[in-house]
Design a protein around this ligand. Structure first.
Ligand SMILES: *Cc1c(COP(=O)(O)O)cnc(C)c1O
Length: 416
């Protein structure tokens, strides 16, 4: 019940959803002038290859051969039918998941990290600076930088740096320099928004350094569409003409966009974003222009946001803590093309446990949000006797998140 593509069948183009959006995407604005930002405004931070993708309106974008050569270390990833979970639920629904946990960093994030490292190296950049929360993005970029002989500085949210050392060790193993953030206040626990400010400041102050972001931006979602493009081919192998519903968890929107965006043009396919109720950007945020970081150094992005100074409650263990969402995802939710649903963490860990005890794989806590939504869809299909085809993104494994499982198993995880 596993549908594999041959390495030679890896997609060679990315799918750009921007031309398919209705209404069209609003541009990012310069924080001082509130005029749309141009390529020159972004040039201190990003290579031209990525800036061109950020503003591209082409439907398809070629994947460079150098990028494909590295992606083939683990891609195409398997599409698996979760028959044991289906049986346990007693549902007539057919549940498929795309297994992005098989990458070197254990998540979908290397799909964009490799592309970003490639375009930076191609334009002569020597060093990348980035932020990481619990460390998933940092490990993905550390892996990609070591493949392209780039130096990498990772500003890691201080509380994770102190309490979750294993991803830091992995980043250091791949040669990155890991710095606790905020750099100017050793007593502050830190936040993703503050770490972004530290990384942007680093990149803006050094000629040899660019900045790299692991989610939210158009080019990041573009690179992730390889997930959905492979899934389409694999569903055909499984004899399915299309999924009825596509589900992903949503922090900044990259793994969700990766699996869902190739299905945007087919109105028969429902798209669902699953987020934590302790960081409910899509379900309770406001749609407006807001900064990507806490210090207000980035362009203003049109997105659902909880405000750029938002910090989720410290009891929240499941990732997905960003205050905003990708403009592309925000556009889809606002237009009604995508649905959004929020879950308390007890419900997401319950779903993750059910998955681990049927399919055997231990989900990243983030993936638990998608699995919650999938189980609820499958139970709804059981009520109506409907053979619903559900596709979801298994965006990462939880083998470096065992302390969160320990908290769950020992009753230390409470809902807000
Ligand atoms: C980073 C991460 C997420 C959240 O980011 P998105 O951009 O919303 O995908 C979700 N799951 C895993 C496993 C991650 O590493």
């Amino acid at each position: 019940m596993r549908f594999d593509l041959d390495p030679a069948q890896i997609p060679t183009t990315w799918f750009n959803a921007v031309p398919a959006l209705d209404p069209p995407l609003q541009p990012p604005l310069h924080p001082a002038t509130r005029e749309p930002v141009g390529p020159d405004d972004l040039a201190p931070l990003f290579p031209m290859g990525l800036i061109a993708q950020e503003v591209s309106t082409d439907q398809w974008v070629d994947i460079p051969g150098e990028v494909l050569d590295i992606l083939r270390l683990w891609r195409p990833t398997p599409l698996v039918r979760a028959e044991r979970l289906e049986a346990e639920l007693g549902t007539p629904a057919r549940i498929y998941f795309k297994d992005e946990s098989v990458s070197p960093a254990g998540s979908h994030k290397p799909n964009t990290a490799v592309a970003q490292a490639f375009y930076n190296q191609a334009e002569g950049v020597k060093r990348l600076a980035t932020e990481t929360g619990a460390g998933q993005w940092g490990t993905a970029l550390a892996f990609a930088c070591t493949q392209f002989q780039l130096e990498c500085a990772v500003y890691m949210v201080r509380v994770s740096y102190e309490q979750k050392p294993y991803r830091k060790v992995l980043m250091e193993t791949w040669g990155s320099d890991v710095v606790p953030s905020p750099v100017d206040d050793p007593d502050h626990p830190g936040s993703l928004g503050l770490a972004i400010s530290d990384a942007v400041r680093d990149a803006a102050s050094r000629d040899d350094t660019h900045y790299s972001l692991g989610s939210v931006l158009n080019h990041v979602l573009l690179h992730q569409t390889i997930i959905g493009l492979e899934a389409k081919e694999q569903l055909a192998l499984a004899g399915e003409s299309r999924p009825d519903v596509v589900v992903g968890c949503c922090g900044g929107g990259s793994n969700l966009g990766g699996i869902a965006l190739p299905f945007v043009p087919d109105e028969r396919v429902r798209l669902v974003a699953a987020e934590p109720s302790s960081c409910p950007t899509l379900t309770e945020g406001t749609f407006e222009y807001d900064f990507g970081d806490t210090a207000g150094m980035t362009p203003l992005l049109p997105m659902y946001t909880l405000g750029h100074e938002f910090v989720p409650p410290s009891i929240h263990a499941g990732g997905l803590r960003y205050h905003g969402d990708a403009p592309i995802i925000s556009n889809l939710v606002r237009s009604g093309r995508m649905e959004a649903i929020a879950y308390p963490q007890s419900k997401t860990f319950e779903a993750a446990m059910q998955f681990a005890n049927t399919e055997g794989k231990l989900p990243a806590p983030e993936a638990g949000h998608a699995i919650r939504a999938v189980i609820d869809e499958a139970l709804a299909a059981k009520e109506t006797g409907d053979e619903r085809v559900i596709l979801f993104n298994y965006c990462g494994h939880g083998l470096l998140d065992l302390s969160a499982y320990d908290d769950y198993l020992n009753g230390r995880l409470v809902d807000a």
